[in-house]
Design a protein around this ligand. Structure first.
Ligand SMILES: O=P(O)(O)OC[C@H]1O[C@H](OP(=O)(O)OP(=O)(O)O)[C@H](O)[C@@H]1O
Ligand SMILES: NC(=O)CC[C@H](N)C(=O)O
Ligand SMILES: [Mg+2]
Length: 490
């Protein structure tokens, strides 16, 4: 199945791909706060499917509901929305990066401070949270979760600053890594983006009510107007008195995560002033410029490979066809309980559209290759459907380094490109030819002449190993990386 060579690499069928991140949403001063938040989270569902939660503020009472599972399964009925009364709300969809998939880690997290309550949502990952957490516990902190995000609450609780915004700033100044945060206090909706702006966060407006969201697609679903992006290193405070903005880290150049463009964000979102769809299509064009091969059809690996395949087809003049059909009723977290069921793997999700494949030379386009799980199965499936040749093209460079900023990548040893040469990867996935977009090509697709190695325009460590922040937790010992001591059995 996996090409011509024997590899020590097990074909892992658990679909441990490049997984999602998290999505955050917040609204202040709207009578339908919970319903708007549920809709916003629904639009952000692609960012995390493990869990969802909403906290509202009804006068001075916070109301919370948090569940493992999808937004639509838990926040779509009128009774739930009615329980979540109030005119302000924040919400979260989670794909865990630190801390297990257990109810205690589901966000928004909540804490009672001496000045009142605060709920908080986090997209990203702190690279010193485990180190700080250990110190906090030694100092007597009682942690309610095992997630990195809780450390912010613990630091807020310890701050002696009189104003919440100053507490907030004091807390985030101690954190390293990536974060887009949305918080709700008794009076204010607060947003913050890390100093490099690694993760996205936008500000919108719905009839005068400020909205914060990970992506513009969450504004579109509720008919809110896009105002602007929260800037890198900015803390924004919304209240009935208006919107204030702070830059506690000073002004510096942003360095957003390039993977938001390649895979994570929804194609209809506008990010950094660019249409994500346009960028992906341009990545496909660059790929055709760099590594076009003779073929009869260009076939995307749906969903994520579609815009790049359109660009590749337009640039190369080779017809685009839907040679693979995706079943939309298979969630990304589909439960495959036994090994024999698991081996069905991708077939549950993708099937070959034989009429477009048989007898043809096929160029397959996907956005990225992580462990190769998808590619191995797709190449075999296309051959089984009668393709004469199968060429695999990836609209991003080889992923050689793990992420620590909110993307759930496998450990480095499991990244195919970290272990194998291009030719070994080609043999492993069983394609006739294999090519990736170059790092320079991806920067060209973003509208630059190339990568500025002195001052890189994007966070791109997955390809380059150039991590833009310290990775404190990695350099420490692993003693504190323990599983939760309390297992809730029901
Ligand atoms: O090399 P692998 O480890 O198989 O991972 C790579 C695949 O994972 C992602 O798709 P995913 O199936 O997560 O989602 P999608 O349906 O949005 O494309 C990505 O777009 C690749 O297709
Ligand atoms: N993927 C994310 O953004 C996750 C947020 C946070 N680190 C958690 O694990 O809950
Ligand atoms: Mg994909």
């Amino acid at each position: 199945m996996n090409g011509e060579t024997d590899f020590e690499f097990d074909l892992d069928l658990d679909g441990d791909t490049l997984r999602e991140e998290c999505g955050v949403f917040g609204v202040l001063g709207h009578e339908d706060a919970a319903a708007l938040t549920a809709l916003g989270l629904h639009a952000l569902q692609h960012r995390g499917q493990e869990a969802a939660g909403i906290v509202t503020l009804d006068n001075d009472q916070f109301r919370a509901e948090r569940h493992l599972g999808l937004v639509g399964d838990h926040f779509s009925d009128a009774d739930t929305i009615a329980r979540l009364s109030g005119s302000a709300a924040i919400g979260h969809v989670r794909y865990s990066t630190t801390g297990e998939t257990i109810l205690r880690n589901v966000q928004p997290l909540f804490a009672e401070l001496d000045g009142g309550g605060i709920a908080i949502c986090h997209n990203g990952n702190f690279t010193n949270a485990l180190t700080l957490r250990r110190q906090l516990i030694r100092d007597g902190a009682i942690c309610q979760s095992t997630s990195d995000s809780e450390v912010v609450l613990q630091l807020l609780a310890r701050s002696r600053q009189p104003k919440i915004v100053d507490r907030f700033i004091e807390a985030i100044k101690q954190m390293e890594g990536a974060y887009s945060l949305v918080a709700l206090t008794g009076k204010k909706l607060i947003g913050a983006r890390d100093p490099l702006g690694i993760r996205p966060l936008v500000l919108g407006d719905l009839n005068g009510a400020p909205i914060l969201a990970s992506e513009t697609c969450a504004l579109d679903i509720i008919g809110a107007r896009f105002i602007r992006e929260i800037e890198n290193g900015e803390v924004i405070v919304c209240s009935t008195g208006g919107i204030e903005s702070f830059f506690p880290f000073g002004r510096r150049k942003a360095r957003p995560c390039i993977f938001e463009y390649i895979y994570f964000s929804r194609p209809d979102s506008i990010l950094g002033g660019r249409s994500v769809y346009d960028v992906r299509r341009e990545m496909g064009r660059q790929l055709a410029i760099e590594s076009q091969v003779e073929a009869d059809v260009v076939v995307p690996v749906p969903d994520s490979g579609v815009p790049a395949a359109i660009g590749y087809s337009q640039e190369s003049g080779i017809p685009f066809e839907l040679g693979i059909i995706r079943n939309h009723y298979v969630g990304r977290t589909f439960i495959e309980p036994t090994q024999s069921i698991r081996t069905l793997g991708v077939k549950l999700k993708h099937s070959a559209n034989r009429s477009q494949i048989a007898g043809k030379r096929v160029t397959l386009i996907d956005d990225s290759l992580v462990r190769g799980t998808t590619s191995v199965k797709i190449v075999q499936m296309i051959r089984d459907a009668g393709a004469r040749e199968v060429h695999f093209r990836l609209a991003s460079p080889p992923i050689r380094y793990s992420d620590y900023y909110g993307i759930d990548t496998p450990v480095r040893e499991k990244l195919l490109a970290a272990r194998y040469s291009l030719e070994e990867m080609r043999a492993y996935i069983g394609a006739d030819t294999l090519a990736f977009l170059s790092v320079e090509g991806i920067y060209r697709a973003m509208g630059y002449d190339g990568r500025d190695d002195e001052n890189p325009q994007f966070t791109d460590h997955c390809f380059t190993g150039d991590y833009p922040t310290p990775l404190t937790d990695l350099s420490g010992d692993a003693e504190f990386r323990h599983p939760p001591r309390l297992v809730e059995v029901r």
